[in-house]
Design a protein around this ligand. Structure first.
Ligand code: NAD
Length: 256
């Protein structure tokens, strides 16, 4: 049984992780923290203050921390995990270069798995996008992502991952153009990037390939956030006990 600590426990994703963990027999939540106070248990788990995180780690000795918070908090948790030798699964997005470097530094002392998306469908989308990008070398490519109206970062972490995938295959694409306004003709070497925010949409990503007389559209829609929670807990169970290093969600899917 893998002992999991949950951060950002009262957030949208934290609540999903606690609910998903309650239905599994391969992991158990040993403690959960949130930045702002929470009076009521969530999925039967008392929520502690994130100020007590290090003491809780020392007391409960989790195998893995599952983190869905914000970039500054996630970096702080990564440092604490590195100090205590606890593995970290983080789904937090919006890191700047310095934050990413800090996460990678933590992976020298403990196992760290970061994924901008824990959906297996998005993993399949990434593979399909790479294939389509290679098969359509002259296509204009436009990416559109849609999320709920409280999402903080734009474009989404998943959108950035898809853009990295596309640029990895199409080295001629040199510029990401975020939205267009006014006189804005399209050039051949740009990728248009569009971020929509509305209602409670869990997450949609569409990559559009436009050629002469044909278009190809690859789209993933998350029905609800449980898919991300399930994937993150799959990653936590897979990561527990692994040596220090930087791991990828594709390794979890492969079961390697
Ligand atoms: P949310 O705002 O609902 O919850 C965030 C929680 O973390 C809150 O309880 C908040 O108090 C706490 N927190 C601690 N430090 C924070 C900080 N510096 N900034 C913001 N909140 C902080 O957010 P959410 O919808 O649960 O998403 C959390 C993160 O997970 C975001 O970065 C989001 O993009 C990402 N996310 C990733 C996936 C994935 O599959 N990887 C899926 C959904 C969301």
């Amino acid at each position: 049984m893998v002992g999991v600590a949950v951060t950002g426990a009262a957030g949208r994703m934290g609540r999903e992780v606690l609910a998903a963990a309650a239905g599994r027999d391969d992991c158990e939540v040993v403690f959960a923290v949130n930045r702002s106070p929470v009076d009521e248990p969530i999925a039967g788990v008392e929520i502690e203050s994130s100020d007590d995180f290090e003491a809780l780690v020392a007391d409960h000795e989790p195998d893995v921390v599952v983190d869905f918070t914000g970039p500054e908090s996630a970096v702080g948790y990564a440092d604490a995990c590195a100090d205590h030798g606890v593995a970290l699964v983080t789904g937090t997005t919006g890191f700047d270069a310095a934050g990413l470097t800090e996460l990678q530094n933590a992976s020298e002392s403990t196992a760290v798995l970061k994924a901008s998306n824990f959906s297996r469908g998005v993993a399949a989308l990434r593979l399909a996008v790479r294939e389509a990008t290679a098969a359509l070398p002259d296509a204009d490519i436009e990416l559109t992502e849609t999320h709920h109206n409280a999402k903080r970062d734009a474009p989404s972490g998943t959108a950035k991952t898809l853009l990295d995938d596309i640029e990895d295959v199409r080295e001629d694409l040199g510029e990401r153009v975020h939205g267009r306004e006014g006189e804005a003709p399209r050039s051949a070497d740009e990728i248009g990037v569009h971020a929509r925010r509305a209602g409670d949409i869990a997450g949609e990503h569409e990559v559009l390939f436009g050629g002469s007389n044909e278009t190809l559209s690859l789209t993933h829609r998350a029905g609800d956030r449980s898919i991300f929670a399930d994937g993150a807990l799959d990653a936590a169970v897979w990561l527990a006990g692994r040596e220090a290093g930087w791991y990828d969600f594709f390794e979890v899917i492969d079961g390697s």
